[in-house]
Design a protein around this ligand. Structure first.
Ligand code: FMN
Length: 191
């Protein structure tokens, strides 16, 4: 493919859409949309999340040391977009968007009832990247919706229906078709 150079910039890149639950100083839950995040290690299980230092969410995580990563399903695209447009400093986003919560097991910030996959995390460390802080949290517990687990115990992608954020072009998409099985189909090239 012939390439065009775009220079150093952030551009089109598919990422997950998550809603991060934290607790404000007043004990109220704040929900922030975040796409610059993902699993970053297996042993221990950790989640990395890049936050602008001015976010209410960042202040809440530094104060409490806890957060919950709620995976956003495709049917909540509009609600998630709203939670990325307003700060919890100014408005109760969960109340406005009608996003109900339920208690987590090990941390104080709640789980989103309508999220099929929620990760309870405890702050471990961070890396300063200019205006951003790459926050790394240890995953303490994972809650998966029963509807997204098949009878053999395998998590089902269609059941989760994750909302994909295409940064750079600012669009939300849902998943397409399964195209291959990981750690398996590539073996075709191993003699
Ligand atoms: C799709 C989308 C993804 C976003 N991802 C991030 C992100 O990963 N990190 C970040 O700092 N802000 C991100 N934002 C912006 C914040 O969600 C936004 O500034 C929000 O108002 C901050 O809320 P808070 O002050 O209540 O924490 C994103 C916004 C949208 C719409």
């Amino acid at each position: 493919m012939k390439k065009q150079q775009l220079g150093p910039c952030i551009t089109f890149f598919p990422q997950p859409t998550t809603l991060i639950s934290t607790l404000g100083e007043d004990g109220r839950c704040n929900l922030m949309t975040a796409s610059w995040g993902g699993i970053v290690s297996k042993t221990p299980p950790t989640f990395g999340l890049s936050l602008h230092h001015g976010r209410e969410t960042y202040a809440n995580i530094r104060r409490s040391g806890e957060f919950v990563v709620n995976m956003v399903p495709a049917n909540l695209a509009v609600e998630a977009d709203y939670c990325g447009l307003k700060s919890g400093r100014d408005v109760d986003k969960a109340a406005v968007a009608g996003l109900a919560q339920e208690p987590a097991q090990l941390v104080a910030p709640p789980l989103l009832v309508s999220s099929p996959l929620c990760l309870e995390c405890r702050y471990l460390q961070e890396v300063e990247l200019g205006d951003y802080r790459l926050v790394i949290g240890e995953i303490l517990q994972v809650h998966a919706a029963a509807e997204a687990i098949d009878p053999s115990g395998k998590l089902d992608a269609a059941g989760f229906n994750p909302l994909v954020y295409l940064g750079g072009i600012r669009e939300y998409w849902s998943l397409g078709e399964k195209v291959a099985t990981a750690y398996q189909d590539g073996k075709k090239y191993i003699p």
